[in-house]
Design a protein around this ligand. Structure first.
Ligand SMILES: [Zn+2]
Ligand SMILES: [Zn+2]
Length: 362
């Protein structure tokens, strides 16, 4: 016997055809693939439900099935199926003992959320309010699923609270109970608002507190703030993944922030003062006269907060060579070239050109 058709439909062995039809209708609605497009568990259940009804819904097939079940239960001891490990056997024989513990309670599902923040917000850290549609405790019944003032949930009569039903015979497999869908408990007096589920979808607000200097990809877990559990089971967690939006100017490297600052030929030669963005707002940076392209200047304490204090911001100075396509710029550059050709203006260049000329001599 592979699967217990009675257990799949969640009906007792002696159930009449009306009860079987009713269970079948209820379960096909509940597990219809259209309602669970990506849930393979639901697809498998739907298949089992149809298979079970194909047999139990037909009086002749049902009689044959019942006879076969009785026969195979007598043969079980002799016919241990290949592929069954000793643990499977123990599970089947002593399953009752192992299974009775986890009845009823079901942990709620986790919620996931991606929180996108700016680099400034990542450096600062602190609380963020996030709001999104999620399942939370039903407001009418506070998540119990029971109609206020109604009877509390009762143990499922079909599986006796185990959530699973064992077929006839010592080694017959266990099948998830179709009446309570494995919970072992049934909502006897369901809340009208949530139809006994204890959950309702609504816009919910959460507060996530991020550490200063949080990195992109970091995960923050808010325990017990996920979907509510069933039958007094614990709520799931809210798992927030942090995404730091790339900054157009500042790039993070560990505790350091790096940026590139372009200056003109004359700014590089004469020196200047430039306003540079930092995560704390703009600061004035002195570019010393005669700076070379590629020089790194350091803004102390403008980086990312870290264990050993706050990092720095490194400013890579790049001298932008002017494009000579503009005739006015070209004229000015030629004039500049003539004047700076003097050895005193560009001493290293003059020295090097003289050395090159010397090497060419035979
Ligand atoms: Zn409710
Ligand atoms: Zn049950």
């Amino acid at each position: 016997m592979a699967i217990d058709h009675y257990a799949v439909l969640g009906v007792e062995r002696g159930a009449d055809s009306e009860a079987i039809k009713k269970a079948y209708r209820r379960l096909t609605l509940q597990f219809h693939p259209d309602r669970h497009p990506d849930d393979t568990h639901a697809h498998e259940r739907f298949r089992q439900i149809n298979q079970a009804y194909d047999v139990l819904g037909d009086p002749r097939k049902r009689t044959r099935y019942d006879t076969q079940s009785r026969l195979s239960s007598g043969l079980d001891l002799a016919g241990v199926q290949p592929g069954q490990s000793p643990r499977d056997l123990l599970q089947n024989v002593f399953g009752d003992v192992f299974r009775s513990r986890r009845r009823g309670r079901r942990k709620g599902r986790d919620l996931r959320y991606t929180l996108t923040i700016s680099l400034q917000e990542a450096v600062r850290g602190g609380p963020h309010e996030i709001t999104f549609d999620a399942l939370g405790p039903c407001e009418t019944c506070s998540g119990s699923g029971t109609r206020p003032g109604g009877a509390p949930p009762a143990t499922c009569q079909v599986c006796g609270g185990k959530g699973e039903v064992k077929g006839d015979g010592l080694f017959a497999p266990w099948t998830r109970c179709g009446r309570c869908d494995g919970a072992g408990m049934l909502q006897a007096d369901a809340c009208k608002t949530c139809r006994g589920a204890g959950k309702s979808r609504a816009s919910r607000a959460f507060t996530v507190t991020l550490p200063a200097g949080v990195e992109s990809g970091a995960q923050k877990i808010l325990e017990g703030q996920g979907e509510p559990g069933r039958f007094e089971g614990a709520a799931g967690d809210l798992k927030v993944t942090v995404h730091v939006r790339p900054d157009p100017f500042l790039e993070r490297r560990g505790a350091e922030l790096r940026c590139e600052l372009f200056v003109s030929l004359t700014e590089a030669a004469l020196g200047t003062r430039v306003e540079v963005p930092t995560v704390d707002g703009a600061v004035e940076l002195d570019i010393p006269a005669g700076i070379r392209s590629g020089t790194k200047l350091r803004l102390r304490g403008k980086g990312i907060p870290a264990k050993q204090g706050r990092g720095d911001q490194l400013v890579l100075v790049t001298v932008e060579t002017p494009a000579a396509s503009d005739p006015n710029v070209a004229t000015a550059l030629r004039e500049l070239e003539e004047r700076s050709a003097l050895a005193s203006a560009l001493p290293k260049r003059s020295e090097q050109r003289a050395a090159f000329a010397e090497r060419k001599k035979p």
